[in-house]
Ligand binder design. Structure first.
Ligand code: NDP
Length: 241
């Protein structure tokens, strides 16, 4: 496919593509015919994707990983900044290290990747930047001051990118999952999961493919006029936020 026909065959990077939501995003982009590189600390990747070891908290590793991805797949056209961690605790107990780790991974890691990816996108005058945010970025969540602040900040980043480079064919959006069944949520106590489930209008937790389908759409040519948006995939949990 050519870029202007643009249905498929683009160079894509997914951070945190080795497992959970990221692995489903990798699979969805591969199914759309894209060439996909997955960044994670271990460098493992789902079948069909190029696995590259990259800790997004390290600027030099991000630069090296982009270089490797571009050598294999060409200039990056689609970035899904999906790596994320939690370090949950109540604010009175939250220390600087817990704040810094979450910010450095979820927010600064996304910034580093978006900055590096926009270079080739601006040159090509085509790009898709998608941040994995979270319903709690706008809804809030007790015990997640660091995490929700990091996810809320992605909204500001996507909107500023939209205003900064939106006229050059680059879109920047946030997909905001609600409660999705992955390793990240598996560690939560049963009563917390039951409490969430009771408050989700859909009456169930989400699955990774539901998030991935939304991301794949935003990465497509069809989504060229959607930018600066926060798209919830949360069964209605965060409605109105
Ligand atoms: P997982 O814990 O399964 O996956 C987290 C991913 O982030 C892994 O691939 C991990 O790779 C990667 N990662 C973590 N730290 C780094 C780092 N320093 N450098 C590079 N990669 C890193 O969680 P999910 O799949 O659930 O989460 C994916 C995204 O979705 C996250 O941003 C999360 O905040 C968000 N999200 C999840 C929700 C849910 O309910 N599950 C709800 C809302 C948002 P590795 O450890 O191998 O480096």
């Amino acid at each position: 496919m050519t870029e202007t026909e643009g249905v498929s065959g683009r160079s894509a990077v997914v951070t945190g593509g080795n497992k959970g939501i990221g692995a489903a995003i990798v699979a969805a982009l591969l199914a759309d015919g894209h060439r996909v590189a997955s960044f994670s600390r271990g460098g493992d990747a789902p079948e069909g994707a190029l696995g590259i070891a990259c800790d997004v908290t390290d600027a030099a590793q991000v630069e090296a990983a982009f270089k490797a991805a571009e050598e294999a797949h060409g200039p990056v056209e689609i970035l899904v900044a999906n790596s994320g961690v939690t370090k949950d605790t109540l604010i009175l107990r939250m220390n600087d290290a817990e704040w810094d780790l979450v910010m450095n991974t979820n927010l600064k890691g996304a910034f580093r990747c978006a900055k590096r990816a926009s270079r080739s996108m601006l040159r090509k005058r085509w790009g898709r930047i998608i941040f994995t945010g979270s319903v709690v970025g706008l809804y809030g969540s007790p015990g997640q001051v660091n995490y929700s602040a990091s996810k809320a900040a992605l909204v500001g980043m996507a909107r500023s990118l939209t205003r900064e480079i939106g006229s050059r064919g680059v879109t920047a959006n946030v997909v905001a999952p609600g409660f999705i069944e992955t390793d990240m949520t598996a560690v939560l106590p049963d009563e917390v999961i039951a409490g969430y489930q009771a408050s989700i209008p859909a009456g169930r937790l989400g699955v990774v493919d539901e998030v991935a389908a939304t991301v794949a759409f935003l990465a497509s040519d069809k989504a060229g006029y959607i930018s600066g948006a926060v798209i919830p995939v949360d069964g209605g949990l965060g409605m109105g936020h």
